[in-house]
Design a protein around this ligand. Structure first.
Ligand SMILES: NC(=O)C[C@H](N)C(=O)O
Length: 330
């Protein structure tokens, strides 16, 4: 049998509700990793499974410090010859960000599977136990090697880069606009597609080259009608080195906001156009003259993932053309 390590970070999969009918009212990050594993003894039939408690937090509270802790722990584990795969149990709120960050920074071809749950283990029809069982099965599967970092939720195998949480009260919360990579049924993965972007060993980013507990500051401003430019200026004053404009539609920018973004771009704050549209897809020079302004577009990355890629990009370059290349490739 393969050896799989479960790195527990908290979240609802480790949550506790007052009663079995509380599927949405509970406290996240209560149950320790050994209890999570003991609640699903069947995982030991899939692999030799051990647990590590890296954090115990609700994922909405994860900062760069916790994100880097998780990535460093996973990186340490995948370097061990006797570790064949890693599962990370994680809150679903920012699960997509952690999964994407791991795919960008951990150099390995061993399966890394990020898993959570929408209901706490105390709830009727809790989804965590089967999600955990399936995540261990995936991390133990030889066929999962070299395919990137996965999110396993509700029997679906998603690519870290394009999965996102699309509803906060149902177990089928996670969706990829380009479809799942496969599905996992009764402990067996079934594959239908592969990732066409760079990840893990083909990434130019490496967690081992990131020092300290913080990434370059990047913030997001959500587009709407009747906006105030003050938010962008405040973020720049607070130290943001790039700002993700989560624009309406095609990552559009209101004509009364353009001058502020151009002023910030001139001051060295990189403007990056993403879309607030759930399946947003932003191209250069479509409704905004990006070449003229020196802006970057986030392609199909949602604002929260664009924020992470921008932060990593800024650890290497401030050149807009180089940053744009990275957004096409990851
Ligand atoms: N379902 C969940 O895990 C939600 C929780 N707020 C978290 O992200 O930690």
């Amino acid at each position: 049998k393969n050896n799989v390590v479960v790195v527990a970070t908290g979240g609802t999969i480790a949550g506790a509700g007052a009663s079995s009918t509380n599927s949405a009212t509970y406290t996240a990050a209560k149950v320790p990793v050994d209890d999570l594993l003991n609640a699903v003894p069947q995982i030991q039939n899939l692999a030799n499974v051990t647990g590590v408690q890296a954090l115990q937090v609700a994922s909405e509270s994860i900062t760069d410090k916790e994100l880097l802790t998780i990535a460093r722990k996973v990186n340490e584990l995948v370097k061990k010859p006797d570790v064949n795969g890693v599962v990370i149990t994680h809150g679903t709120d920012t699960l997509e960000e952690t999964a994407y960050f791991l795919s960008l920074t951990v150099h390995t071809d061993k399966p890394i599977v990020v898993v959570g749950s929408m209901r706490p283990p105390s709830a009727l029809s809790a989804d965590g136990p089967l999600n955990l069982y399936s995540a261990v099965a995936l991390a133990a599967a030889d066929s999962a090697k070299g395919k990137g970092v996965f999110v396993l939720m509700n029997d679906d195998i998603f690519a870290a880069r394009d999965v996102s949480k699309t509803i906060n009260i149902h177990t089928d919360a996670f969706v990829s606009q380009w479809g799942a990579l496969g599905t996992l049924v009764e402990g067996k993965p079934y594959w239908f597609r592969n990732v066409a972007k760079r990840f893990n060993n083909s990434s130019e980013f490496n967690i081992e080259n990131i020092q300290g507990d913080a990434l370059p500051i990047v913030q997001i401003v959500y587009g709407s009608g009747n906006m105030l430019p003050d938010a962008y200026v405040a973020y720049a004053k607070a130290g943001a080195k790039a700002i993700i404009h989560a624009g309406t539609g095609n990552g559009s920018v209101a004509n009364y906001i353009v001058p502020t973004l151009n002023q910030l771009q001139q001051q060295g704050v990189q403007i990056i156009r993403s879309s607030r549209v759930p399946q947003g897809f932003v191209l250069r020079n479509a409704e905004q003259p990006d070449d003229k302004y020196g802006w970057v577009v986030a392609h199909d990355l949602n604002p929260q993932k664009a924020k992470l890629l921008a932060a990593l990009a800024l650890t290497k370059t401030k050149d807009a053309k180089e940053i744009q290349r990275m957004f096409w490739e990851y």
